[in-house]
Design a protein around this ligand. Structure first.
Ligand SMILES: CC(C)(COP(=O)(O)OP(=O)(O)OC[C@H]1O[C@@H](n2cnc3c(N)ncnc32)[C@H](O)[C@@H]1OP(=O)(O)O)[C@@H](O)C(=O)NCCC(=O)NCCS
Length: 416
């Protein structure tokens, strides 16, 4: 998200009264929206939809004037099959005449404390600057693979005949399929039937499903048409998911049949590999090189807000054996997270408790722990880079089993 020059009228404060930081009330919400609209070139009708269940505007106010603001999206993450609450941060904006005075920083620190009070376990954002949000304990935790190709470089599989536009009765089956795929991927924002119904009914989107021989939906594709930088018609893939080979072939067949210039897809590396497009079976047209372009770019930053609660949510995913792993996670901005914690497998149960002297221990600051928690990096990889410390080699191996790697990713449809 890149800032634009803004022309919001501004009257300098007569005296420097203290900043007040809180959830926006009526007129403050209007002022905050004007700031966000100007900073991000947002449509007049209201903020773009997000994948959360609700949201709130948080503001820094001086003498009744909003000088800085952000939106906190109340969303939910499915992490290794466990439901974890997630506060999404978006549209951070400071009045152009008030910038570089620490207002957004104060608001971010206050929002971290507010998220913890409100019971959020984790937080996620798509930063304009990774360096800026590292100060607040966020760390890079996901990349996207920006895939581009001509439609003819995608195989025109006949399985596309089993595809059709989504129908009003499809959201329950789509929500169930999305849940299964989210469980298998290890990291996904949740999407309930209501959101699927809104996606299917959105006139700006095309939602296509593929059905198996029994008529059950086993793959879906959500796209939007757009113009590329040269005015050519392009198909943007906003989300795609398939749990069978025929499903993938059906969706690729649909993409291949697109009558425009190109296909543009922000994919996870895992999905791109599963799709088969990295070894496209489409006949080669030698004049066209390359067949596709893929750029890997950093995408999201993640932060654990409440270490004990967040780890507690994952207990059902931990092995049912006998072991102990103590966690020490220093956190300057939320010092409560620094309280040592022990994960204890006691055979058929796993519990959280207080560590005892000599327990195998993993120590990592909140940024590195956030990467480990969401599966972006493994404890062993963190130790091998000097970013974490394991009291014994066994402690690192055990931590790898509790926090296995996955591929954190948020599709374009769920960007906020
Ligand atoms: C980015 C923004 C929110 C910062 O607000 P602020 O109240 O000035 O922030 P602070 O005073 O707390 O921090 C200023 C820091 O942000 C940095 N910064 C500002 N704009 C930046 C940019 N586009 N890229 C990288 N860093 C930037 C400043 O260099 C400064 O860094 P420092 O702390 O190392 O000196 C404000 O510049 C703004 O509203 N920009 C337009 C909207 C926007 O781009 N938002 C992005 C967030 S989603």
């Amino acid at each position: 998200l890149v800032a634009r020059a803004s022309t919001i009228p501004h009257t300098p404060a007569v005296s420097e009264s203290p900043l007040r930081l809180h959830r926006a009330s009526g007129d403050e919400a209007r002022q905050a929206w004007e700031l966000q609209r100007a900073a991000f070139d947002l449509p007049e009708g209201g903020p773009p939809v997000h994948p959360g269940l609700s949201d709130e505007l948080r503001v820094a106010v001086r003498d009744g004037r909003v000088v800085s603001c952000l939106t906190l999206v109340h969303a939910e993450l499915l992490l290794r099959g466990a439901r974890v609450s997630l506060g999404g941060i978006r549209h951070v904006a400071t009045h152009p005449e008030e910038q570089n005075r620490g207002h957004a920083s104060m608001l971010m620190r206050d929002t971290l404390a507010a998220m913890r009070r409100k019971g959020f376990h984790t937080s996620l954002l798509f930063p304009f600057s990774f360096r800026y949000y590292r100060k607040f304990g966020y760390e890079l935790a996901g990349n996207h693979a920006h895939f581009w190709s001509r439609p003819h470089a995608i195989p025109c599989f006949s399985d596309r005949d089993a595809c059709r536009p989504a129908a009003p009765a499809d959201p329950p089956a789509l929500a169930a399929l999305h849940r299964r795929l989210a469980g298998a991927s290890g990291f996904s924002l949740t999407r309930d039937e209501g959101r699927w119904a809104r996606v299917c009914a959105d006139p700006g989107l095309q939602t296509i499903v593929h059905c198996d021989a029994a008529g059950e939906i086993d793959a879906y594709l959500v796209t939007a048409e757009a113009r590329d930088a040269y005015g050519g018609l392009m198909l943007r893939v906003l989300d795609i998911g398939a749990e069978t080979e025929p499903g993938w072939r059906g969706l690729l067949g649909r993409l291949a049949a697109f009558p425009g210039e190109c296909i543009d897809w922000m994919a996870s590396a895992t999905e791109l590999s599963a799709s088969g497009l990295l070894r496209s079976a489409a006949p080669l047209r030698e004049a066209y090189k390359p067949r596709a372009i893929v750029n890997i770019r950093p995408m999201l930053q993640f932060r654990v807000i409440d270490v004990a609660e967040a780890v507690g949510r994952l207990l059902p995913t931990f092995p049912r054996e006998r072991y102990t792993l103590a966690l020490r996670i220093p956190d300057e901005l939320l010092p409560e997270n620094g309280m040592p914690l022990a994960v204890r497998g006691v055979g058929t149960e796993v519990e959280l408790g207080t560590p005892r002297p000599g327990d195998p221990t993993l120590t990592a600051d909140i940024r590195t722990f956030s990467q480990i928690y969401c599966g972006y990096t493994t404890p062993t990889e963190a130790v091998a880079q000097g970013l974490a410390d394991a009291s014994t080699p066994e402690a690192a191996v055990l931590a790898d089993r509790l926090f296995p790697r996955c591929d954190p990713f948020v599709c374009e449809l769920d960007r906020f």
